[in-house]
Design a protein around this ligand. Structure first.
Ligand code: GLU
Length: 556
């Protein structure tokens, strides 16, 4: 037995040899090209759009290569643990329909052969690999009282390495077996540190599939691999997990690039094959009067994935928008294939943009409007109802009680060759269709109508309304309906077509389009709306006449 092996045994007398884990978790032997990726959230109680973006990339790389997508819960930092944190992540992934192939929820059995998929349940595994490194002389126990954080005591460092700031060799790196034994016999706790080979002068290169080859200073610190409480930090835990779970490509945020050199030294110390890396850019925004900055959990409500549910964005819109951020090839693909499902767009690491994309809510809304315009009235009804059940119960009740009616309303102008593109999120529906959904139509006050503050306008408006009250009936035919508006317009002194009006505007009070606008104002409160004939037909004669009367009254 070597001195190192004796130390390893003294530290970890009972832990299993790594061969046990290697047998338990055999290499996956997937065909070349099939990716095993993972999403490895920490419990923050919040799912940031950036995390979702990263998760979606990771998921897509696995799906697009018929690979395997794992969800692993990284709960080793007890300080950060929040009781419902993983439930929030599960809820969001479920709602978006992202289901991992292998995963485990807290309190449940693992799904997949490479579990547990919760780091706090993998302590024995980490201990085996820590022991392995100590036995090889590549890691050592550190008994310093404060081994973590800035207050760390590196006793000998100042004397030994005052000249060279890059060195962070630890005071305990050369303890003999008998010294280790003494500490252990005293009941002292230990951390495990990497015995770095770095001297601060070496460089390391690694390939990032998005950014290309990255060169950086190699590690030169005796970093902690296991804390005194027997729990590894992210650095060590993720390497063991990704190795045993067979991860092929590590997809994570670019904030991890700077710590990749130390990860590589640990991977080399363990004798493992290098992973492929895919450090995704972080989503940024330009706040009003500000400079480009990372989307912030603190300042930007749209950084929280829950925001998209509350507003009621269709999930297809969120995915399509993210695909726009992920790859510049998505937009041309979409233009060429307007009717294909976004899932048909397959991208690989080479297609992912390397620069931080800017969050653009206007663009998201545009994408969403296009998507909603392609849904059937039934789909819109179902989505809006599901949204309302959670976020607007009164509206949900209204929709359920008026299902047929609501579907007729949602069908207005929907099946035209050029459907309207007005709705980006379900929360807009009650307000947008307020004139059709009576409880939402605020017809009792003049200020709720888009009326110009101009006496002449009001006079003309009133005249048209009073006249139309005597004309309107339930029409079956749109042409007949319009012909009668034209006749009335003519009688009131309006031109019946635009050409006629333009040739001699002084001869008329306006044209038939103005008359329609006046009627529309009374019926919908607005100057613009979807097809007025359809709106009136759905509302029915009684309601139409009562609205004409209502506005005429308000104008008194
Ligand atoms: N738990 C880490 C985080 O949430 C995961 C990083 C990774 O994907 O490797 O940031």
């Amino acid at each position: 037995m070597t001195e190192f092996e004796k130390i390893a045994d003294a530290l970890y007398p009972k832990v299993k040899d790594i061969s046990f884990w290697e047998e338990k978790f055999p290499r996956r032997n997937l065909e070349e090209g099939r990716e095993v990726t993972r999403y490895a959230p920490s419990p923050t109680g919040f799912m940031h759009l950036g995390n979702f973006f990263q998760m979606f990339i990771s998921y897509s790389l696995a799906k697009n290569s018929s690979g395997i997508f794992i969800k692993r819960l990284e709960d080793t930092d007890a300080k950060r643990e929040n009781k419902d944190a993983f439930a929030v992540i599960k809820e969001i992934m479920d709602k978006f329909g992202i289901f991992p192939d292998e995963y485990q929820e807290k309190g449940y059995e693992p799904v997949g052969d490479y579990g547990p998929y919760i780091q706090s349940l993998r302590k024995d595994i980490y201990a085996s690999y820590a022991k392995f490194l100590v036995a090889k002389g590549k890691a050592f126990p550190c008994f310093c009282k404060a081994t973590e954080g800035k207050e760390e005591i590196l006793k000998n460092r100042e004397e030994k390495f005052a000249e060279n700031d890059e060195f962070e060799y630890d005071a305990c790196r050369n303890l003999s077996f008998s010294e280790v034994k003494k500490h252990l016999d005293n009941g002292e706790k230990f951390a495990i540190r990497l015995k770095t080979n770095g001297t601060g002068k070496e460089r390391v290169k690694f390939l990032d599939l998005i950014k290309g080859e990255i060169e950086a200073q190699a590690n030169a610190k005796d970093v902690i691999l296991m804390k005194q409480d027997g729990i590894p930090p992210y650095l060590f835990a993720h390497i063991i997990d990704d190795y045993l779970m067979g991860t092929t490509t590590i997809v994570r945020g670019e904030e991890y690039i700077s710590s990749t050199p130390v990860h590589i030294e640990v991977i080399d110390a363990l004798g493992l094959k290098h992973f492929k890396y895919c450090h995704n850019p972080l989503i940024c925004k330009i706040p009003e009067n500000g400079n480009k900055r990372k989307l912030s959990k603190r300042y930007d409500p749209e950084a929280d994935m829950r925001y998209y549910f509350e507003k009621g964005y269709p999930k297809d819109a969120v995915f399509e928008y993210l695909l726009n951020l992920i790859s510049s090839s998505f937009e041309p693909w979409r233009a060429k294939n307007p009717d294909l499902d976004w899932r048909e767009f397959k991208f690989g690491t080479g297609d992912i943009t390397a620069v931080s994309p800017l969050l653009d809510m206007v663009k998201l809304n545009d994408i969403s409007k296009n998507i909603v315009a392609r849904y059937t009235a039934e789909q819109v009804y179902d989505f809006a109802l599901a949204w309302a059940k959670e976020y607007n119960v009164n509206f949900a009740k209204y929709l359920e009680e008026n299902e047929c009616y609501a579907k007729r309303v949602l069908a207005i102008d929907r099946y035209n060759p050029k459907p309207r593109k007005d709705i980006a999120m379900w929360s807009e529906i009650p307000e947008y269709y307020a004139y059709m959904f009576k409880p939402y139509f605020k017809c009792y006050a003049l200020e709720n109508f888009e009326i110009e503050d101009d006496e002449n306008f009001k006079l003309k408006l009133k005249e048209v309304l009073l006249s139309y009250i005597g004309v309107y009936k339930d029409y079956k035919d749109k042409q007949v309906w319009f012909d009668e508006i034209k006749q009335m317009s003519e009688k009131l002194g309006y031109a019946t077509n635009n050409k006629e009006y333009k040739q001699n505007p002084e001869a008329f009070k306006g044209n038939v389009a103005d008359v329609c606008m006046f009627i529309r104002l009374a019926i919908t409160g607005r100057k613009n709306s979807p097809d007025l004939f359809e709106i009136c037909s759905i509302l029915g004669e009684c309601e139409v006449i009562s609205r004409l009367k209502n506005l005429a009254e308000l104008l008194k």
